[in-house]
Design a protein around this ligand. Sequence first.
Ligand code: F6P
Length: 357
Amino acid sequence: MLRIGMLTSGGDCQALNAAMRGVVKGLANSKQEIEVYGFMNGYKGLIYGDYRLLSKSEFSGILTKGGTILGSSRQPFKLMRVPDENGLDKVEAMKQTYYKLNLGCLVILGGNGTQKTANLLREEGLNVIHLPKTIDNDIYGTDVTFGFQSAINIATDAIDCIHTTAASHNRVFIVEVMGHKVGWLTLHAGIAGGADIILLPEIPYDIKKVAEAIEHRTQAGKGFTILAVAEGAISKEDAKLSKKELKKKREKSKYPSISYEIAAEIQAATGTEVRVTVPGHTQRGGSPTPYDRVLCTRLGAAAAQAILDKDFGNMVAMVNGETKRVPLESVAGKLKAVDPDSQIIKEIKQIGISFGD
Ligand code: F6P
């Protein structure tokens, strides 16, 4: 009997169910008898013993279903070693649940924080396999994370819709794109949506340069300008501040997010009307794109094979179009950010898109 546990942790995204389906279908074709326990709401379920035995049929018909059938929650890595309000040692509690159920392996689907905790559990002696999920695409050691392509579609749709209204009204529009501390999603949706200016956390902007780019378009007879702004975009001045100083400054800001601050600055500098659109969590919602369905089916099948091979302690990643087992210890805690000197940035500058730098 092979008994595995599965959990989805952190912010959800579109293809979590597709990935879990891939794992279970991949295992079902082996000769071994298999039991799958699902932990509810991420690590919370593992800590507090909230789980249930899942039937094979629960993994049927979920390839296209967004969200996660197991639920998810954020359990910050930095608090894992901190006892809960009742003094419970969370790491010990997770180990106890694992041993009580006599699990052979834990399949953990999540982003960077989730991966760090997966690595912690590996260090504590548990058999773990991590699958890289996040719309942010910021996991080091994999070419792509699942959810990313689906989120690009949604953010691109938002920019496409803004295009028609921006053109009618001769306005400047900002579409604020998710991505936490990195700009992958903004970069790709910005390019795909034909944004004129793209502001990323990795390339701090100068608001004068942003205003110049808008005025340049106006002088060229273009009545409107669209900016794709990452939620983590940062000005050159703010980039010089320490983490603490920046946090303090942002807390005092009257703007709900960076896009509103940029909008006010553009309005002041150019006299043009600016509107802000924030698609927010819609970017994590709905059905996964065909790309993500294929990606997750492959990652899931590869994870199943790793389980059958008893090869644990890895992230199952996509590297140069092939699935690959990447040791967690070599990637946990690292962030994959956009390289400002990369080819894609140079190419996009080449066609005249401004990064405000
Ligand atoms: O990591 C995925 C993500 O959607 C980020 O892009 C965003 O910054 C964050 O999660 C939002 O988190 P929450 O759903 O907790 O508000």
